[in-house]
Design a protein around this ligand. Structure first.
Ligand SMILES: Nc1ncnc2c1ncn2[C@@H]1O[C@H](COP(=O)(O)OP(=O)(O)OP(=O)(O)O)[C@@H](O)[C@H]1O
Ligand SMILES: [Mg+2]
Length: 253
């Protein structure tokens, strides 16, 4: 069986001379379109989302941006990673991706990186912030993974610790994209969203129940989250990859 997360140590092609982590294509989550097909239609949709969010940042100050959804498996992590990659394409923009899903972290797994010290270790004070942030080998995108598993994620993600952390991160990064657990099963996403500048709500077409989405959005708003909009994942209908009307290609000259 192919063990994706071992690839980094087993395959010398996965590190370069500077010991910078390099993502191995074959093991990266197939829905990370910004990685697998940056010229494709779906990657353009992510760039369109990025452009809308950048336009909404009217004062151009650094921003923390949470990606969340009502329930499990609705595309939060994939959307957060794609969005962070799209933001890191912009000139002179330092971007940090944070995995704040301390319950079921998946960012490192999707990027085929080994789990290392991360957010929980920083919040608990056992690892300095600078040591926990590392490059993902994709432009200048940096990562703060979830870190060691903790028994009490809700306590570790306390409002005052998050405020302090976000203030420090904003000294260094223009955009901080934060993946979170779903809103309904735990309080974590609500707490993080309430401390962040904006929240993007992911809906999975033909999957997210309307009542759940409404309840989650109400929860977020009650907690003081600034919900900027929704992103619909897994769009069905015409396949854009094979529809010439939907595919925009350069003329090749
Ligand atoms: N556009 C898509 N089409 C089909 N499957 C997708 C798509 N995007 C993501 N997936 C798959 O759906 C699953 C859930 O995606 P993802 O992990 O991003 O969701 P999540 O909301 O972060 O889940 P969790 O609640 O467990 O954190 C993954 O297996 C992922 O590979
Ligand atoms: Mg997730």
């Amino acid at each position: 069986m192919f063990r994706s997360r071992k690839a980094k140590t087993e395959d010398p092609a996965t590190t370069n001379g500077d010991d910078m982590l390099v993502i191995v294509d074959r093991a990266v989550n197939p829905y990370l379109v910004m990685f697998h097909d940056p010229a494709g239609y779906r990657a353009e949709q992510v760039r369109a989302l990025r452009n809308r969010l950048v336009t909404m940042n009217t004062d151009s100050e650094p921003k923390t941006l949470v990606v969340t959804s009502a329930g499990r498996s609705e595309g939060k992590s994939v959307t957060a990673i794609n969005l962070a990659m799209a933001l890191s394409e912009l000139e002179r923009q330092e971007v940090l991706l944070v995995d704040a899903d301390l319950r079921r972290p998946s960012v490192e797994k999707y990027l085929n990186l080994n789990p290392e010290a991360g957010l929980s270790d920083v919040l608990l004070g056992s690892t300095p912030l600078e040591k926990a942030i590392r490059p993902v080998g994709r432009r200048r995108l940096m990562l703060l993974g979830a870190g060691q598993r903790v028994a009490n994620p809700a306590e570790v993600l306390s409002a005052s610790r998050l405020d302090e952390l976000f203030a420090r991160l904003k000294e260094r990064y223009q955009y901080i994209v934060i993946d979170t657990p779903p809103v309904l099963p735990s309080t974590d996403a609500g707490v993080v969203s309430a401390r962040a500048d904006g929240t993007l709500f992911v809906l999975r077409l033909e999957h997210t129940l309307k009542g759940n989405a409404r309840e989650a959005l109400r929860n977020l708003q009650d907690l003081g989250a600034n919900v900027l909009g929704t992103f619909v994942s897994e769009i069905r209908g015409r396949d854009p990859e094979h529809d010439p009307e939907l595919r925009y290609e350069s003329s090749g000259d």
